[in-house]
Design a protein around this ligand. Sequence first.
Ligand SMILES: Cc1ncc(COP(=O)(O)O)c(C=O)c1O
Length: 446
Amino acid sequence: MDVAKVKHDDSAHVFHSWSAQGLIDPLPIERGEGSFFWDLHGKKYLDFSSQLMNLNLGHQHPKLVAAIQDQAGRMCMIAPGFAVDVRSEAARLIAERAPGDLDMVFFTNGGAEATENATRMARLHTGRHKVLAAYRSYHGSTAGSIALTGDPRRWPSEPGVNGVVHFHGPYLYRSAFHATTESEEAARAIEHLEQTVMFEGPQTIAAIILETVVGTNGILVPPPGYLEGVRELCDRHGIVLIFDEVMSGFGRCGEWFAAQAFGVTPDLITFAKGVNSGYVPLGGVVISRRIAETFRERAYPGGLTYSGHPLACASAVASIGIFEEEGILDHVKMLASDVIGPALGELAAKHPSVGEVRGIGAFWAIELVRDRATREMFVPYNATGEAAKPMLEVVAACKANGVWPFSHFNRIHVTPPLNTSAADVADGIAAIDAALDVADQALLAF
Ligand SMILES: Cc1ncc(COP(=O)(O)O)c(C=O)c1O
């Protein structure tokens, strides 16, 4: 492949997401295999970000590729109004694995459309208009989903849609409630949400949406009791509870759905990403019987040309089969308890720049600080330019050591493909360990 040509055509014609087009220099890529990918200069990277936390079965899984090839030979496209084998099977397999009475699936092309449709269903089901969403959240970049998002990606799209109210979720390390224990954090976060509901008027609130485990905004695992409390609050006021599992679902937390790790069943679950490792764009909403009933005699006013696209559904069916054949959920639990958890614990003990490590399954964050006592962030919230540089240097060191991490603000995330071997995960964390020396050094200069 001609590196110069790839780069030239990219910079001349590809308009990239979230970027100032003239200030980026996308790395030209040659290929990926398993948990690794190679750039066009021949350098190999361990993919510790699973691309965008979606490549749950790694690059080019042969059975997943074969399933798409096979479906392409049988039927590439059929409109959503028909009943077709792979779509029916994908919906059934997903519904069978979903908690409680969630047993119908509306397919979308990705996560943002899943958010749009879940909130639309909640509004029509309840006849109410407001949706409560958490700060430190991401729900997509379409009009409704970016309005729900509780991070700076929302700001340039404001004013957004009406009826969105944000609240603080639990985050003990930076508690909005001055809590010092998980149980205090859970109780106070519930009390805060309860008050928000009271002041907004429960009869005006269609839904509360939250990421079961918050992803990009910090890998925030809810403390025991929190999700139960939100469930109870929703039940008390007839509010639809939506869990956004676009990032946390399909094995990322060691269960089919993250909700199952906490024993709480929402009314709607949004999914995308890991459902088929993103080999073909796919997302959706898993819908409880009760909400589906609303649309039994009344038309659901939403649809997509590619809802339940055969290539995407075939890859979801194959992916679920691979998860079972390869024991992916058990492997993820083992990685958490035997590899990632202990290794990150050692990093926290060793590096003064590490404030906290936390996570579940194959979904972990290393939060960097300038000072462990004050917990001052290693770079300021939403830092850009010079202010973000210390973090960019740590990330560059990871990459130089052969690991491609996901980083956000003052955090490095450890989110490898779910089928990464224990040895490769350990090697990747060792490379991050070395890169954290750069962060420790930076502390001396602050
Ligand atoms: C929790 C969550 N919800 C929704 C989305 C949006 O998904 P998509 O980019 O497929 O529209 C994302 C994407 O990162 C996400 O992490």
